[in-house]
Design a protein around this ligand. Structure first.
Ligand code: ZN
Length: 244
């Protein structure tokens, strides 16, 4: 089961929502309670939501209560060191995402750099966003069935979709970036489908033509109103144009 909470950036920085994610998911149970309340299987924070995964036998109401209870000050102090370590050398995917945001949206974006934040900032943010009005619970084993939904993720309003294609270079790797502004649900699903197909296409080329073992080379990102589909810069001329 998963709880998704809407957690926007603060002044284009992820530091406060990221600290809140660590503190809200803090495992404060005794170790022998582990199997009664298995919470932190996986947490994930993106630039506009945070996802907490938990076992199916845990009632979602209990999980919500756990996440929404006020954050203890010792958690903030404890997690500072953990965050510093995590952000000391972020993964490639995090670095390339930040670079994309800086280049194509705003140079002010900060996703990976460690900044210290105060306990008050953490508490204020937690109080503002960690509440049922901001949450959706889904059961991914039942085809992402929505179990609890306070707000309806509505289709985007009628701003016209803008598409563009750019070249992008990052650490000696060359990409083509498809940028979609003002996307709606349908555009999102189509873009995700194309990303998966092109990923599989690159796998076949690399594996069976270039004699390479495959590594992930394509990426799919979103930030607020913008989608990015990043694909390895290659010859796609053999793909059926009409299909796309
Ligand atoms: Zn983290």
């Amino acid at each position: 089961m998963r709880i998704y909470i809407r957690t926007p950036l603060v002044n284009k920085s992820k530091m406060i929502p990221h600290t809140v994610e660590h503190c809200a998911g803090f495992f404060n149970k005794k170790i022998n309670e582990f199997f009664d309340f298995s919470q932190g299987l996986e947490w994930e924070i993106s630039t506009d939501y945070t996802c907490f995964e938990f076992d199916r036998w845990v009632k979602y109401e209990d999980m919500m209560e756990h996440l929404f209870q006020s954050i203890k000050k010792e958690y903030v102090a404890y997690e500072h060191k953990v965050l510093k370590e995590e952000l000391w050398d972020p993964e490639y995917v995090q670095k390339i995402y930040e670079e994309l945001l800086k280049v194509f949206l705003d140079p002010e974006y900060n996703i990976n750099k460690y900044n210290s934040v105060t306990r008050e900032e953490v508490k204020k943010y937690h109080k503002k966003y960690y509440k049922p009005e901001n949450a959706i619970v889904v059961d991914e084993e039942k085809g992402y069935k929505v179990i609890f939904e306070w707000f309806n993720p509505k289709e985007k309003k009628s701003k016209k979709l803008e598409k563009r294609k750019e070249k992008f270079k990052f650490k000696d790797n060359k990409y083509i970036v498809y940028i979609l502004n003002h996307y709606n649900g349908e555009n999102y699903r189509k873009a995700f489908f194309c990303y998966r197909i092109l990923d599989y296409y690159m796998y076949l080329i690399n594996r069976y033509t270039n004699q390479k073992y495959y590594y992930q080379s394509n990426y799919f990102f979103k930030q607020e109103d913008t989608l990015f589909v990043l694909v390895e810069d290659a010859d796609y001329s053999k793909l059926d144009k009409e299909f796309f």
